[in-house]
Design a protein around this ligand. Sequence first.
Ligand SMILES: [Mn+2]
Length: 316
Amino acid sequence: MLGDYLEGPLGNTFPLSRRIADLAADLDRHEPATPEPQPAPGHSGSGRRHFRTIWISDVHLGTRGCNAQMLIDFLDHTDSDTMYLVGDIIDGWRLKRKFYWPSTHNDIVWRIMKRARRGTRVVYIPGNHDEMFRQFTGLSFGGVEIRRAAFHDTADGRRLMVLHGDEFDAIMLAHRWLAFVGDAAYHLLMGLNWWVNAARQRLGLPYWSLSKMAKHKVKNAVEFISRYEEVVARAAAERKIDGVVCGHIHNADHRVFGTAENPIEYWNDGDWVEGCNALVEHEDGRMEILHWPDEIARRHREAEAARARPALQVAA
Ligand SMILES: [Mn+2]
């Protein structure tokens, strides 16, 4: 059934609809190419870090830029009651031009569907690059709810609007020429970023974001981002809510607008092309932007320390 639904919007130009439909039809029959890690012996539970809520966006599956390994690692080490996929998860624009779908990208779809199956409430809010899914708003596929936008109530009682964020592009019209020039340059840079990091990986060096550095050096881009954040926050204020969670501009950030009595929060959950960020809500409502390469480095340090500890005790 899912296949029939997807056949239309995704078209016959690429066979993605079948693959996703196959996965959804029988999740258990498909083993991911990258197996899920088993919890260490002697440990109870899944060994995953649990959050109340997780937001991720701008994964751009179907492109080389997608940092699939990093995201698989994230999905294998975290868990949550609710997970929001805040758009541009699959890059339909690029896929229509050139079909690119390695097994790691399939593994991500598998893991997300498996999460829904295991009891996480998964809400998918399509973005502009996966706008073909917007027509399924209100429907649910394999336990994944598709929404145009959502309202999220935090544990400490704040109400946040969750949306991809391309809705504000029209308001940003004055800056459109910049967005256009930016897109071409950005794509070029992303290609370069991939090669640089492939080389760095071979040399055993950690992940490094080329375009992130470049973006912060370009004054216009910085102005664009700051103006975007203001526009989004103003929209939240007009709706009398406490803030917005969005993605779209690939820039993880937290800013507070409004007044001291009436703060409006802007949260951007970043992307999995260069930044590799997720936004999480802890059990008490506290929110935090995670930079996953840092979390991996920390995990390795802790494992290192745990290995060293017994030896120290013997010495004492
Ligand atoms: Mn977008």
